[in-house]
Design a protein around this ligand. Structure first.
Ligand SMILES: [Zn+2]
Length: 234
């Protein structure tokens, strides 16, 4: 009978509802920095954007993508799943050799449970992926992005202890579930501006087509692609 006539403390219920709503928002809102500081943009030196590509590496498809990007003189940061990278460290090494950077997107990509992970499993998700990155030849590991941008109350101290920073995004192609290159390119070009962090994905049926389409359209509009320094992130 929480809301019954005998309930004398409606303010308690209201407070509990507000606190839970705030906690829920802090966990699921990708740009919310209440639980961990989130970089959502960078200070550009011109018409620059940072292309970030999640969920790889994806074997031959990643190598073909990298080849096409090299032809265009474009570098990006690949937020990789440690488990994928362990299976194909040579692909990760090829991406690094082509001038791209690799960053941590957890070991197993626990998309539904990330917010609920206790400190031990959370550390494992981050450390195992870092280990896979080191095995692929990445010497400096600076950046982390969680599955679907979810937060976790233990995340900030865990990242700080490892000298890592949480990177979100400012523009996304919404290509994580379905990937129609027309829709992806339209979403990005309508929302992009200098200093934007653009989020795209690998591993879907038309991922390479969508990524290259975004690159070509932004280049036509005068944008260049950079991997910013830590100090540029905001
Ligand atoms: Zn992901």
């Amino acid at each position: 009978m929480l809301f019954g006539t005998h309930f004398r403390y409606p303010w308690l219920v209201a407070t509990a509802v507000i606190v839970h709503a705030c906690f829920f928002y802090a966990i699921v809102a990708p740009s919310c920095g209440w639980l961990v500081a989130v970089a959502t943009r960078f200070r550009p030196k011109g018409s620059e954007v940072w292309l970030t590509i999640d969920d790889g590496p994806d074997g031959e498809a990643s190598l073909r993508l990298s080849e096409e990007m090299s032809r265009r003189g474009v570098q990006a940061t690949f937020f990789v799943k440690g488990r994928n990278l362990q299976r194909q460290p040579e692909v990760g090494a090829a991406l690094v050799a082509a001038g791209h950077s690799l960053a941590n997107h957890t070991q197993t990509h626990p998309a539904h449970l990330f917010w609920w992970l206790r400190p031990g499993p959370l550390r494992h998700e981050i450390d195992a992926c870092n280990e896979a990155l080191r095995s692929a030849g990445v010497s400096v590991i600076r950046w982390f992005r969680s599955p679907v941008g979810l937060k976790n109350i233990f995340l900030e101290p865990t990242l700080l202890r490892r000298g890592m920073r949480y990177v979100g995004w400012s523009v996304r192609g919404k290509d994580g579930v379905t990937c129609n290159p027309d829709d992806v390119a339209r979403r990005v070009r309508s929302n992009v501006s200098p200093g934007a962090i653009v989020l795209l994905h690998e591993g879907r049926e038309r991922s390479n087509e969508a990524i290259l389409r975004v690159i070509d359209e932004l280049r036509e509009r005068g944008y260049s692609f950079v991997i910013p320094a830590d100090e540029q992130l905001v």
